[in-house]
Design a binder for this molecule. Structure first.
Ligand code: GTP
Ligand code: MG
Length: 205
């Protein structure tokens, strides 16, 4: 997480994925849950991934890597962070929503170098029906994932441990879920060190 990170590619459909190289760590979640903000907070670069108040901001799979690697064999970055379009945004035209959903689902199911998915859940809402569908898809594809609660600054501090306990209960039936739930606030820079540690461990395995 030390070098400056750079944006290398926006992928509008599966045909445009980069050749498989560095291990990929993806951030998935409902629209507006705070995926792009969390990536910026993790790398400490405010404007790296574009964020917005309006759901549906991120419309492609956006690849970020640490700068300074040639990308040639033997000189690959240790990992790429992949920001994803959100799911569950009902207001965009149906065709658009269908295309994003297809892209997200196809990528999550079919990428050999995808090492770990962080599924972001808004602390105010907890796991919702469409989140649960994504978890089931990841279980079926045997892709390892971990739940990350976002925007904890928006709920009472005492509510966080309770929400973590409830979330752990809900993911018991999901075999590919990592049995630990992280909580973060990009706004307050809470939980970032723990998440960086988790990512570093995940790409080492
Ligand atoms: P899409 O790309 O549209 O799917 O959204 P996203 O999941 O990338 O969310 P994004 O990072 O764009 O953030 C959405 C909104 O939530 C923005 O207005 C952010 O400022 C706000 N936000 C993100 N993280 C936090 C947080 O930790 N706390 C608070 N209070 N607001 C946050
Ligand atoms: Mg986004």
């Amino acid at each position: 997480f030390v070098r400056p990170w750079i944006f290398i590619r926006g992928v509008p459909s599966m045909d445009f994925l980069p050749p498989e190289g560095p291990l990929e760590v993806a951030f998935a979640g409902r629209s507006n849950v705070g995926k792009s903000s969390l990536i910026n907070a993790l790398v400490g670069q405010a404007g790296l991934a574009r964020t917005s108040n309006t759901p549906g901001r991120t419309q492609e799979l956006n690849y970020f890597v640490p700068d300074g690697y040639s990308g040639n064999a033997g000189d690959l970055p240790p990992m790429a962070l992949v920001d994803m379009p959100g799911y569950g945004y009902a207001k965009a035209p149906k065709e658009q929503v269908d295309a994003w959903t297809r892209l997200v689902f196809d990528y999550l199911r079919g990428r050999a170098t995808l090492k770990r998915v962080y599924v972001l859940i808004d602390s105010r809402h907890g796991i919702m029906k469409n989140d649960d569908e994504v978890l089931t898809l990841l279980d079926k594809a045997a892709v390892s994932y971990q739940i990350v609660l976002t925007k904890t600054d928006k709920i009472k501090e005492a509510g966080v441990p309770r929400l973590i306990a409830e979330t752990l209960e809900k993911i018991k039936k999901h075999p590919a879920a990592f049995p630990e739930v992280l909580s973060t606030s990009s706004e307050k820079a809470d939980g970032l060190e723990e998440l960086r540690g988790a990512i570093t461990e995940a790409v080492k395995q």
